[in-house]
Design a binder for this molecule. Structure first.
Ligand SMILES: [Zn+2]
Length: 182
């Protein structure tokens, strides 16, 4: 076991070196859909800061758990430094329209948080939280996460071993989109 403390020295969603991907299984984090699975041994080996653990990442976004400490966040204490302002129209232009409500106007302001759910304010200031930010973090301000959001599963295509087998859609991680002014 590592001496590093999860939630203090290492974010909860960070992968550890003894947590390899193990293939595909029906995952409770996405209501039993097929998803990429990964061994669950947090705290064993070394943290791999560049890689989120896919199961914990999906739980973090799906259950609104703080990626730093792993505990649920409440509506009045959700903060994001990865949020990038965008609009429904811009996401539709990128092909992400099917995940948006059809009635949502193109002008609807949205906050694309990527794969990182909002954190508790107290967790934002912990040093390791910085490691959850993308490399292009310059200029990103801390934003309050809105009251409503949309979860977009990111799909990968899986091919069964049989030559004629149909390909299947497999969830990798969940992307989080905040809905402003809802
Ligand atoms: Zn937290």
């Amino acid at each position: 076991m590592s001496d590093l403390k999860i939630g203090v020295d290492v974010p909860w969603i960070t992968s550890w070196s003894e947590e390899p991907q193990t293939g595909v299984s029906r995952c409770p984090s996405v209501d039993g859909q097929l998803a990429i699975s990964q061994d669950i041994k947090p705290g064993v080996g070394e943290p791999v800061f560049t890689r989120a653990h896919l199961f914990r990442q999906r739980r973090s976004v799906g259950e609104m758990r703080c990626p730093m400490c792993g505990e649920p966040t409440q509506e009045d204490d959700r903060w994001s430094r990865t949020a990038r302002p965008t609009t429904a129209g811009a996401l539709r232009a990128k092909g992400l329209g099917p995940a948006l409500p059809p009635a949502m106007p193109d002008s609807q302001p949205l906050l694309d948080c990527g794969a990182i759910a909002p954190m508790h304010r107290a967790c934002v200031d912990l040093g390791p939280a910085e490691r959850l930010l993308p490399d292009d973090k310059t200029g990103r301000e801390l934003r309050r996460f809105p009251k409503a959001w949309i979860i977009m599963p990111m799909w990968v295509e899986g091919r069964p071993p049989q030559p004629q087998g149909k390909s299947v859609a497999i969830v990798s991680f969940l992307q989080l989109i905040g809905v402003e002014g809802a």
